[in-house]
Design a protein around this ligand. Structure first.
Ligand code: UTP
Length: 294
């Protein structure tokens, strides 16, 4: 049995430039899809997968994320006094229990790889899950849960992948798939943003990983890569020469909520998925008479 994955790392120190000015004073990860911040979706997904310790790598203006996962006594008392029991239960349900969160600062946004490296002392010599909170999934069971099943079988490092249109490969990190079922197959290589026609597949890395702690020493030596940032993919490529990597083509779909299009689409589909919102939302959309736009 591989060593259990108890810890998840959430890098939330990016600048979120694609969402300015919304992200000028507020972290991108607090943007909401319907009524929950992006970070909440990632934390819920991790909890569903059995994660017990939630590590946030934060940066400037990110204090609000810490507050979000804390109890808010004033608010709770007010809700209690007003008899808003459902809202109160919802608030309490969503909190990781005391002592199960850690926060560390990246200080400078030097890239995703650097953000992950900042969690090294908290994670220690243990495998960990890495979730990019701006990637929100419509999946049941959750994508990390599906990847944990593969981890229990294969151990090593696990990467969640999804199919993209072959014309879009140059926007993503693309893997080279070996023989095996969608629930777990060897990854033989990966390329960052390949040219159309030169990609080894149309399977892209969508922001969910289970990694072995050896990644940290590789990250500490990692030179800056694309965009002048320390890239996690560069260190994963080196780790791949030393340890097995298994791909999971999960059942589900990602929405890149760090981009406006992904964010807007996620809001529409997640609203339509909700029993308490769907009918009213459809009615409002119909009133808009979107004919010319669609
Ligand atoms: P992105 O690539 O989306 O970068 O980061 P970004 O800076 O947040 O957003 P844009 O591109 O400027 O709009 C993916 C994830 O990695 C985190 C981000 O917070 C996001 O969750 N990240 C990125 C860091 O924690 N530190 C970094 O230096 C870069």
């Amino acid at each position: 049995m591989p060593k259990r994955v108890r810890t998840a790392v959430f890098p939330v120190a990016g600048l979120g430039t694609r969402f300015l000015p919304a992200t000028k004073a507020m972290p991108k990860e607090m943007l909401t899809v319907v009524d929950r911040p992006l970070i909440q979706y990632a934390v819920d997904e991790a909890r569903e997968a059995g994660i017990e310790h939630f590590v946030f790598v934060t940066g400037r203006n990110k204090g609000v994320i810490e507050d979000h996962f804390d109890r808010q006594f004033e608010l709770e008392t007010t809700l209690e006094n007003r008899g808003k029991t459902a809202a109160l239960a919802e608030l309490r349900k969503e909190l990781p229990s005391a002592g199960r969160t850690s926060f560390t600062r990246q200080q400078e946004p030097l890239g995703l790889g650097h953000a992950v490296w900042c969690a090294r002392d908290i994670v220690g010599d243990n495998p960990f899950a890495l979730l990019l909170p701006d990637m929100v999934f419509r999946a049941n069971p959750g994508v990390l849960r599906q990847m944990m099943d593969a981890y229990e079988q294969h151990g090593g490092n696990i990467i969640g992948v999804e199919e993209c249109d072959p014309s879009e490969v140059s926007s993503y990190g693309i893997i080279e798939r070996g023989e095996g079922p969608d629930t777990g197959f060897p990854i033989n290589g990966m390329v960052e943003k390949p040219k159309v026609g030169e990609a080894p597949s149309n399977l892209f890395i969508s922001g969910r990983y289970i990694l072995q702690p050896e990644i940290f020493s590789l990250l500490s030596e990692q030179e800056k890569g694309a965009g002048g940032e320390i890239q996690i993919t560069d260190s994963m490529k080196v780790l791949m020469e030393q340890q097995p990597f298994t791909g999971v083509k999960y059942d589900g779909k990602v929405f890149d909520c760090g981009s406006k299009l992904g964010f807007l689409t996620a809001n529409v589909i997640f609203a339509l998925d909700r029993d308490d919102i769907r009918d009213g939302f459809v009615k409002e959309l119909r009133k808009l008479d979107l004919g010319d736009h669609l």
